[in-house]
Design a protein around this ligand. Structure first.
Ligand code: COA
Length: 260
């Protein structure tokens, strides 16, 4: 597929999606959100893709937010639609993919940028990354899941402070808060992220998909995570991956998962 605002590349079971509007610090305009949806969907549907990495092009930004120039004159109804469509198309969509998504945060991750990183299943940052949800400085609030995912990740009090102050935290504080799992030098970010992806890829992709569904269920309204865990656990017993994984263990060999 051809895209105007992103690059998508498959290599050795990893799809790397790069937001590619560096002169606008990779700000998420409508077309970019649409293209990201299509690229994530295509990668998730391709069974040879075991991990998706999302990052930004250039040395300065992962994503500096939603494209402010696109919504500055919106009405109440348009504002609500912007948030609901964005959440459905990209942020909730990514959070619920069955293929693991890692955000490689290579610079500013602000507003919609941090919300995209938080929708990913986990985050790795370069030591020059800066993260925040500065929406209240524009007279608006985070609308792509930020008021929910930030407190889930760093706790309510810290999220309140970060959102109210429209501040930014650096990579090391983000690491201390648990917002990112690792911090690397900028030049080592992609190698390190690919190494973690490599560890994930050795395991059963169907079991990983089941784990994502069970973990997510604990954060969904009206769902019981423990019940979902029981369902997903049971389902694993009907998979070829489970037969291969247990058989390989008993035969003292490495598993060769069929991914089914
Ligand atoms: N939406 C639209 N354009 C954006 C953008 C955004 N969220 N963030 C950056 N840009 C554009 C700038 O307008 C500028 O474009 P121009 O060269 O055509 O004028 C270009 O990206 C470079 O940004 P600039 O502000 O000149 O870089 P800087 O290094 O001085 O500052 C930031 C970097 C990230 C601190 C600053 O760009 C910023 O505050 N961005 C907005 C962050 C934000 O509020 N995000 C939440 C949106 S809801």
């Amino acid at each position: 597929m051809n895209y105007n605002n992103i690059l998508s590349e498959n290599q050795n079971g990893i799809t790397t999606i790069t937001i590619n509007r560096p002169t606008k610090l990779n700000a998420l305009n409508k077309e970019t959100i649409e293209e990201l949806h299509n690229a994530f969907k295509a990668a998730d549907e391709e069974s040879s893709v075991k991990v998706i990495i999302i990052t930004g092009s250039g040395e300065k930004a992962f994503v500096a937010g939603a494209d402010i120039s696109e919504f500055a004159d919106f009405s109440v109804a348009q504002g609500e639609r912007l948030a609901s469509e964005g959440q459905a198309k990209l942020f909730d969509f990514v959070a619920h993919l069955s293929t693991p998504v890692i955000a490689a945060v290579n610079g500013f991750a602000l507003g919609g940028g941090l919300e995209l990183a938080m929708a990913a299943h986990f985050r790795i940052a370069s030591d020059n990354a800066k993260m925040g949800l500065p929406e209240v400085s524009l007279g608006v609030i985070p609308g792509y899941g930020g008021t929910q995912r930030l407190p889930q990740l760093i706790g309510k009090g810290r999220a309140m402070e970060l959102i109210m102050s429209a501040g930014m935290i650096d990579a090391n504080l983000a690491l201390q808060y648990g917002l990112v799992n690792h911090v690397t030098a900028p030049e080592g970010l992609m190698d390190f992220t690919q190494k973690i992806a490599g560890k994930i890829m050795r395991n059963s992709s169907v079991a990983i998909a089941a784990a994502i569904a069970a973990i997510n269920a604990g954060y969904e309204d009206g769902e019981n995570g423990f019940d979902e865990e029981i369902t997903q656990f049971g389902k694993c017993f009907g998979t070829a991956d489970f037969r291969e994984g247990t058989q390989a263990f008993l035969e003292k060999r490495k598993p060769n998962f069929p991914g089914k």
